[in-house]
Design a protein around this ligand. Structure first.
Ligand SMILES: *Cc1c(COP(=O)(O)O)cnc(C)c1O
Length: 436
């Protein structure tokens, strides 16, 4: 694997950008490597600046469910670009887009477009606070909801601990407004809600976790979250930034038959362009300016290129059969389990539709504590060996692998072949993959 050009770009990058990157996980820190600089993508293939080709399982962290550089999507963006890049005024595309989103998510009667998942969550929390007149929010440990201050908070020990910030620079008084409980722990969730009920504006949850690696909800857990939240008059916010349009043409809320008060979207709905959205019932969305007193705005919100890209992506998705992508993901899941077993590796694969995570952990992974007990050094070795063999996995144990409709049976077969070898070298603890 040639790395001359990536290394030379990285040397320049670290002088002018923290860690040489614009989002931390791209720095490859947790897999003990220098980052790969990408030149282009095509279908399921990623090509770096040294000409190495990889089967990509990051897919821009989810948005590219149709694959890189889908010709029809690119054509839609080009066509939109030819009419101008931004107007800061109302456009027809935004209306069509909002109509499509509200049809796919019946819990949202109205939506507001923003520029990222972080903004969607930030605004949803503000809306919940505006609607309830309360300040506190509850999240689950290991849940990631973007980098807004209130949600960069994780669990301390003990039941419902009042928040301790994960990041520096977050006011203590703000972190105190965030309660964190373990995912999938109905008893502790119940105790926390009962304790803080009259002060709790919202409970925010990834219905299926994607950001501690993929972790699925237990059978009763989501229902308990919904019913208790309702009983105490708090808002239930579903953060479907990853799960939206991932496992069906709609959200996890559709699959689990649930009706959150507020939904956050991002990633797939932009098809690779920066966009986010939040939505709720008409009654709630009437609180948002200019109709109501909750202020939220954006110079580039509803950007015509992002909307054209998202609309085309969703239109194409509407005509596709999610079964085909699920079957491939299932084959990958089963193949990884088998390869791991044969190599004597302690591992578990969690999967939701076309999202999956291979945990180097022989026990079931149902919460962040379990995910954290994975063998990170072994994942790093596995990652490096896979990369050398032309398979680009997420550069962290605590992330999902994303399949796309462009991944082929042959991609899966090649990936499994590489995995059989990578499992063996991961166990042996060979460190020759480091090309620092
Ligand atoms: C990615 C993500 C976000 C943040 O979205 P950005 O577009 O990166 O700001 C929020 N919530 C979840 C569940 C995500 O996966």
């Amino acid at each position: 694997m040639k790395t001359t050009n990536s290394r030379s770009w990285f040397r320049r990058a670290v002088k002018v950008m923290p860690g040489g990157v614009n989002s931390p996980v791209r720095a490859f820190g947790s897999v003990g490597m220098l980052p790969v600089f990408v030149r282009e993508g095509k279908g399921s293939t990623l090509i770096d600046v040294d000409g190495n080709r990889y089967i990509d399982y990051v897919m821009s962290w989810g948005p590219l469910i149709l694959g890189h550089a889908h010709p029809q999507v690119l054509a839609a963006v080009r066509q939109a670009a030819s009419r101008g890049l931004s107007f800061g005024a109302a456009t027809a595309g935004e209306v069509e887009f909002a109509e499509l989103l509200t049809r796919a998510f019946p819990s949202m009667e109205m939506v507001r477009l923003v520029n990222s998942g972080t903004e969607a969550v930030m605004s949803a929390v503000r809306l919940a606070r505006a609607a309830t007149g309360r300040d506190m929010i509850l999240k689950f440990s290991g849940g990631y909801h973007g980098h807004t201050d209130s949600l960069l908070v994780k669990a301390g020990s003990g039941a419902a601990t009042c928040g301790v910030a994960t990041s520096k620079g977050i006011p203590r008084d703000l972190a105190r407004q965030t309660i964190v409980v373990p995912y999938n722990d109905t008893a502790r969730f119940t105790r926390a809600v009962q304790r803080f009920r009259a002060r709790l504006a919202a409970v925010i949850i990834e219905p299926v976790c994607g950001n501690m690696g993929v972790v699925l909800p237990g059978p009763e857990f989501l229902m308990a979250v919904q019913s208790l939240t309702r009983r105490h008059g708090s808002m239930l916010i579903f953060d479907e930034v990853i799960t939206g349009f991932r496992a069906c043409f709609g959200g996890a809320q559709h699959i689990f038959n649930m009706k959150p008060d507020i939904t956050c979207l991002g990633k797939i709905i932009g098809g690779g362009m920066p966009i986010g959205a939040y939505g709720a019932s008409r009654a709630l969305m009437k609180l948002v300016a200019p109709l109501g007193g909750m202020y939220q705005a954006g110079t580039l919100a509803g950007n015509p290129l992002a909307v054209a890209c998202g609309l085309k992506t969703l239109h194409i998705l509407q005509g596709l059969d999610y079964n085909t992508i699920d079957c491939r993901a299932r084959r990958l899941e089963k193949g990884l389990e088998e390869a791991g077993r044969q190599a004597g590796a302690q591992c578990t694969v969690n999967r939701f539709g076309s999202l999956l995570t291979l945990f180097f952990n022989g026990r079931p992974v149902r919460d962040f504590a379990a995910a954290s007990r994975s063998d990170l050094a072994q994942y790093a070795r596995f990652f490096r060996d896979m990369l050398r063999q032309g398979v680009y996995l997420p550069p962290s144990q605590f992330e999902a692998w994303f399949l796309s409709f462009s991944h082929t049976d042959q991609d899966i077969a090649r990936t499994l072949e590489a995995a059989r070898q990578a499992f063996r070298s991961a166990r042996k603890g060979t460190r020759k993959g480091v090309h620092v």
